[in-house]
Design a protein around this ligand. Structure first.
Ligand SMILES: [Zn+2]
Length: 344
């Protein structure tokens, strides 16, 4: 029986350490002159195990190899390399955390994480770059702190950012749409202010949409339910994967499932919209007589192209078929008779 020779120091990966930082740390503590030497070492180890070593520099593969080698699960974590690919000389660290954990937690790579939430001290640049350190408000905890208890804080943090980005997109899109097509002004400053200042991660996704649309409605002196319907239509329109995507503008890539779900609920909660969905379900597709503006009073000023674009979004996303089954039960609940197609 042969005893396998392994690295002498096989320390545990810190909970918030990136896999490549862990790799660097392992190389250092075991006396390798560079991480490349350690990679070389692992390549030869992989060969003896007849494993595939392609992509050893990718986080997932590295994590798999290390898990096998160390005999315990090493998490890769879903890091966004573009966001985190910062130069090391710009890295800010908390000296107290570093001397305790001997590891670099991933959130030190976030540009705006400047205040250690454990030691309540500003982070310091590892090199002599002290500039700009004063412009931050250290009293506000970075939002990443709220997610550190999650299994995957980075992805939770990212989805929070994505949903904020989406709320902002919705505000600007609503403003643009109402000015261009409905000859009304939607005041978004208060809603944007709320998104910027509130700890929006404390709210459920649907509450965030309700809050933002309420603020816009209140300050624009519009009906909140009308505004929500338009918001819902715009969210659906953004999901259409052809040219309408581009018409809808930037922000499409940040769409979340939660917003689509919210939008769907808004659409079927609005009676004239529900009537439209019902008729569209029964009528031949894109029949010219079936126009949103004939059903929904606040959209009465829409031109044909815009009306068509919104209708197309509803058809393309399967709303007329998928939601009709849900809709029919709601019809019964509200005592609304399903109208026949000839009412248009
Ligand atoms: Zn600290």
């Amino acid at each position: 029986m042969t005893i396998e020779r392994k690295l002498l120091i096989r320390s545990h990966k810190h909970q918030f350490e990136r896999i490549d930082d862990y790799f660097v740390r392992m190389a250092g503590t075991n006396g390798f002159s560079s991480t490349n030497r350690l990679i070389k070492y692992f390549r030869s180890w992989i060969k003896t195990k007849e494993l595939n070593c392609r992509g050893i520099d990718k986080a997932d593969t590295t994590a798999q190899i290390l898990s096998l080698y160390l005999g315990r699960k090493i998490e890769a974590k879903s890091f966004d390399r573009l966001t985190f690919a910062r130069l090391y000389q710009n890295l800010k660290i908390c000296k107290a955390c570093f001397s305790k954990n001997k590891a670099i937690p991933f959130y030190w790579y976030l540009d705006d994480y400047c205040w250690c939430h454990t030691h309540h001290e500003p982070l310091h640049h590892t090199a002599s770059k002290q500039k700009e350190a004063e412009k931050y408000d250290y009293t506000v905890a970075h939002p990443i702190v709220d997610f550190l208890d999650c299994d995957d804080p980075w992805s939770a943090y990212c989805s929070m950012l994505r949903s904020e980005q989406e709320l902002r997109w919705l505000c600007y899109r609503l403003k643009q749409f109402s000015e261009t097509h409905l000859a009304t002004h939607t005041h978004i400053a208060e809603a944007i202010g709320w998104i910027d200042s509130a700890n929006t991660c404390e709210y459920l996704s649907s509450d965030r949409f309700e809050r933002v649309t309420s603020l816009m409605a209140e300050h624009s002196k519009q009906s909140a339910s009308h505004l929500r319907l338009v918001a819902a239509l715009l969210i659906w329109q953004r999901m259409v994967p052809d040219h309408l995507f581009h018409v809808a503008g930037s922000g499409a890539e940040s769409a979340t499932e939660a917003s689509l779900e919210w939008a769907s609920r808004q659409l079927i909660a609005y009676e004239p919209m529900l009537r439209f969905i019902s008729d569209a379900h029964q009528a031949p597709r894109n029949t010219p007589k079936l126009r949103l503006r004939d059903y929904i009073p606040m959209l009465s000023s829409l031109d044909e192209n815009t009306d068509k674009a919104l209708r197309k979004a509803i058809y393309s996303c399967g709303l007329t078929t998928d939601f009709f089954s849900n809709a029919s039960s709601i019809y019964n609940q509200i005592g609304f008779n399903c109208p026949s197609p000839d009412m248009v």
